[in-house]
Design a protein around this ligand. Structure first.
Ligand code: G3P
Ligand code: CA
Length: 257
């Protein structure tokens, strides 16, 4: 049954605004990130890719087609071309003129205000991306363990091994799609040699998986919750955080019984 949640239990569940509060503003824009902060998320999740002139930008798809008024692959466009696009109108006219943010712009605007869960998106397309991300963090003195609010994750696990070598004090995460439903304890132990988080598709999360991830010494923050029922299920499975388009769902889950 639905009961109100105590403040103590709220604090235990990390609330991650997926691509910003992307149910309420166009994903991966400054508007969506500000909305995530306004809605009291603990982290904003951002997808990082690289332009033709090797600048880091924030966009989910490997083309600009779905979320802007332009066309083409992110890696074929220059920063100037990318910055000329409208990344808001597809969502609603209210957001017309929103731009694709740069990685550095997001770091500078949100450091100290909210945690940043940085996903390296398709790093296999962008050689040298891990170094560029590491350098942007180092230039800002954001590469130290005292900074508890930066996490780097990717579906490309080799990229995370490399990134962890470049940024040993920063927590890293492995993303795991549906094909990892049968992940073994040995595989989890191997991930734990460089990763602090195992962040799976919510549909493969079971009580056993949660236990085994914890036994391997990692935390688990599944993606992507898009309904109150999904958030409630994840909460009751004992996950550490929920990656959601709706930050409000994470604060309305039922008390465990
Ligand atoms: O944070 C994990 C989640 O964002 C992974 O899926 O496709 O939304 O980047 P995707
Ligand atoms: Ca993502």
């Amino acid at each position: 049954k639905e009961l109100s949640i105590s403040k103590q239990d709220q604090q235990k569940m990390v609330n991650v605004a997926h691509r910003g509060a992307s149910a309420h503003a166009p994903e991966n824009t400054m508007a969506a990130f500000h909305k995530g902060v306004e809605m009291k998320s603990d982290y904003i999740e951002i997808d990082v890719q690289m332009t033709a002139d090797e600048e880091l930008v924030i966009i989910h798809d490997t083309t600009v087609n779905r979320t802007t008024n332009g066309t083409g692959a992110v890696g074929d466009l220059t920063l100037e071309e990318i910055r000329s696009l409208d990344a808001g109108s597809w969502f609603s006219e209210e957001f017309a003129g929103e731009k694709i943010p740069t990685f550095e712009e997001v770091l500078d605007a949100f450091r100290g205000k909210v945690g940043i869960l940085i996903e390296l998106k398709s790093p296999e397309l962008y050689p040298g991306m891990e170094e560029k991300v590491a350098n942007a963090l180092k230039e800002r003195n954001m590469d130290h363990s005292k900074n508890k609010k930066i996490i780097i994750q990717s579906f490309n696990h080799g990229s995370m091994e490399l990134s962890k070598e470049l940024l040993p004090e920063i927590p890293h995460g492995v993303l795991a799609g549906l094909s990892w439903a049968g992940v073994t304890d040995e595989q989890l132990e191997a991930f734990a040699t460089y990763a602090d988080y195992f962040n799976p598709n919510q549909n493969i999360v079971t009580p056993t998986l949660v236990d085994h991830v914890h036994e391997a010494g990692m935390q688990i923050m599944p993606y992507t919750s898009r309904s109150q029922e999904q958030a409630n299920r994840l909460f009751n499975l004992g996950v550490d955080g929920i990656i959601t388009d709706y930050p409000e769902h994470v604060y309305h889950h039922p008390v465990k019984n």
